[in-house]
Design a protein. Structure first.
Length: 655
């Protein structure tokens, strides 16, 4: 390990974990310094914003693209003083409309300045931000709005009709605030016809502008947000995060930046905001930039145009998810392959040379100028560091980003339930496949999972379920004490459901998932039993095993066909279980059937292996109660799974 990160950034903590009255072995680590709650005089998110406001002065704060005949032009900026005045007037305007302390305020839009201003006004006035987003579906949105008794929703004009159509199911909603300066007349009239009062964002600011009386500030214990997880089965869960817990996570990022174990963010940085503000990853990312007084440029709202926005903005910081990194990776390497010849040979030589030195530096005096300068321009050419979160990213892609963009690349790990405050990788540690050491606001331990053969006493490295305790942990699941008790134990430990390992440097490595729910590389949650249940209803299928690698974007499946139906469907095919044409036809049939049964695109398998051997208790693929033993199935079909993913990566998948 290079000297730069030899100090014990993660140190062992004495103690033991109790479960059902029994002391269980575990490994327990925290950041080397004492746990960080919040800096001096910083207790709420509004305090954090004011800190950034003082640091920034008159510098640009919020930027959006100027549009001319539908074409995006340069970024136009509002300064920190301009925005602060708008936030304060807007918050008072919301009070004038009847919104009270600790009352839910819905936000339904893609990232834009009005989203952040609504958020900051809520932190000042102690409203509770509750984000709504399309992928939740109408049923989940109805559940959320009614559970929190939401009366006011702030939304973009294109979302107004959606709420109007649902008004009969949303009796608590009284007021709609449209972020745009103009509202389509037909949409406004339809909304008002249902009894809704409709205002523009600017009109609410105008309501608050004459008010001079100041209201009570938010406190550290006030709820800042209820962030609903999309889930995969049943209704979504509302994660209750206080002002204090949110501050703790952001302060943790700042603390490691100040210490030099993470990138130092300053008021001279520029951040591109495009990851959904409905989720805590982007809230934490924006939060640290707000705290440091940096500039925030917003994307146009279309991820297909994101690289164009980045090229124009030229950000210094880029936070993203594996899906985009994978797209950049594929695009660059396919371009190199297409050029071939001397150009490809030069790229490969430069890439190999930099990779050989990654344990020392991400820079090279020659190759950065001769080979990688053009690639760096794809992210604007000014990127200082990149942060990946939301789902695991392939080590190959991590190395690629470091090499081609000559930037430090960090990976974070956390959950909605602790405001992302789990782990961060360490500056100058270019080891891929690890998620680093605990946030300064968190402690982490591994607890035995004997049924999966993971133990804290495993050699050479401890393994077990990752449990996190600290200042950023949620207060509860909203109105769900049973689910809260299932997730947070009596000692305050958040049980993540992820299986981890502490390596030789006390870094956390994610190696498995406790529950049969997992993420694909783009961050989509998958419940394989639900998908298998759908496929197994198809006449051609007797049994199904759906598998997803968290570093892959697609699912694959092992199918045991129904012998009689299969024989009738493919009567003249020699060895149908091996036939590529049969697999292609079966995939088409299953995907069509899945679509009819409301499976989303990412829930459909994209490659299939056929076997005539049924899953049974005798061959150890089923439990005595006839449930699929997933860990065993993964081991049995490992080579077939690898072959299916190889097929997908080679572009020969059957759709």
């Amino acid at each position: 390990m290079p000297p730069a990160f030899q100090p014990p950034y993660a140190v062992p903590v004495p103690g033991a974990v109790q479960k059902d009255g029994e002391t269980l072995p575990h490994r327990h680590f925290r950041f080397a310094d004492k746990l960080v709650d919040h800096p001096e005089n910083i207790h709420t998110l509004w305090d954090m914003y004011l800190n950034g406001y003082k640091l920034a002065g008159d510098r640009p704060f919020m930027g959006t693209r100027r549009m001319e005949n539908g074409v995006a032009k340069e970024y136009v900026w509002q300064s920190h003083p301009e925005v602060r005045k708008r936030i304060e007037n807007y918050g008072k305007g919301l009070i004038e409309l009847g919104l009270k302390r600790q009352q839910a305020l819905g936000v339904y839009a893609v990232n834009r300045p009005e989203w952040t201003m609504t958020e900051l006004a809520s932190y000042r006035q102690a409203f509770i931000i509750v984000a709504l987003y399309d992928t939740l579906g109408a049923e989940a949105m109805e559940y959320i709005v009614n559970q929190v008794d939401m009366e006011v929703i702030v939304l973009s004009a294109d979302k107004l009709d959606n709420i109007t159509k649902l008004k009969a199911q949303l009796p608590s909603i009284k007021t709609i605030i449209v972020m745009d300066d103009s509202i389509p007349q037909a949409s406004k009239e339809s909304a008002e016809a249902t009894g809704l009062k409709v205002y523009t964002f600017r009109e609410v600011e105008a309501l608050g502008a004459p008010i001079t009386e100041e209201t009570e500030l938010a406190t550290a214990d006030d709820i800042a947000t209820i962030c609903y997880t999309s889930g995969t089965t049943g209704v979504p869960k509302g994660v209750v995060l206080t002002q204090s817990s949110s501050v703790a996570a952001i302060s943790g990022i700042a603390a490691v930046g100040d210490k030099g174990t993470f990138a130092l963010i300053t008021h001279e940085d520029t951040y591109i905001s495009y990851l959904p503000l409905a989720h805590v990853f982007e809230r934490a990312a924006q939060g640290i930039h707000l705290y440091k007084g940096a500039a925030i440029g917003y994307y146009q709202g279309d991820t297909l145009k994101l690289l164009d926005d980045i090229a124009e903005l030229k950000p210094t910081v880029f936070c993203s998810v594996p899906r985009l990194f994978n797209r950049i990776y594929d695009k660059v390497l396919s371009g190199v392959k297409a050029k071939g010849g001397v150009s490809a040979m030069l790229f490969n030589s430069a890439f190999a040379a930099k990779k050989a030195s990654l344990n020392k530096t991400v820079n090279h005096w020659l190759w950065d100028r001769v080979v990688f300068a053009g690639i760096r321009q794809k992210l604007g050419g000014r990127i200082r560091f990149i942060l990946s979160g939301s789902a695991p990213v392939s080590p190959d892609v991590m190395d690629f980003m470091r090499i081609c963009f000559s930037a430090k690349v960090f990976e974070g790990y956390g959950q909605t339930e602790n405001y992302c405050g789990g782990c961060l990788t360490i500056s100058d540690d270019n080891t891929s496949g690890v998620v680093g050491v605990p946030f300064p606001c968190s402690e982490i331990k591994l607890v035995d999972v004997p049924e999966m053969e993971y133990h804290a006493t495993d050699k050479p490295y401890s393994r077990g379920e990752i449990c996190i305790r600290g200042f950023s942990t949620m207060r509860e699941y909203y109105k769900s004490p049973e689910k809260t008790a299932e997730t947070i134990d009596a000692d305050g430990w958040l049980h993540t459901g992820d299986i981890g390992m502490f390596d030789s440097a006390n870094r956390v490595v994610i190696i498995d998932r406790l529950k049969n729910i997992f993420k694909l590389s783009q961050g989509e949650y998958i419940a394989p039993e639900k998908i298998e249940g759908v496929y197994q209803k198809h006449e051609l299928v007797a049994q199904a095993y759906v598998y997803g690698d968290s570093m892959q974007a697609s699912l694959v499946g092992v199918i045991v066909p129904d012998k009689d139906s299969f024989k009738k469907a493919f009567p003249n095919t020699e060895n149908p279980y091996e036939s590529e044409e049969v697999k292609k036809e079966l995939l088409k049939a299953l995907n069509a059937y899945g679509k009819q049964n409301d499976l989303k695109g990412f829930e459909q398998i994209r490659a299939v292996h056929l076997t005539s051997e049924e899953f049974s208790v005798e061959n150890d693929l089923l439990t005595p109660t006839f449930k699929l033993k997933r860990e065993t199935a993964k081991k049995v079909y490992q080579s077939q799974i690898e072959a299916m993913y190889a097929t997908l990566s080679n572009g020969r998948a059957f759709n």
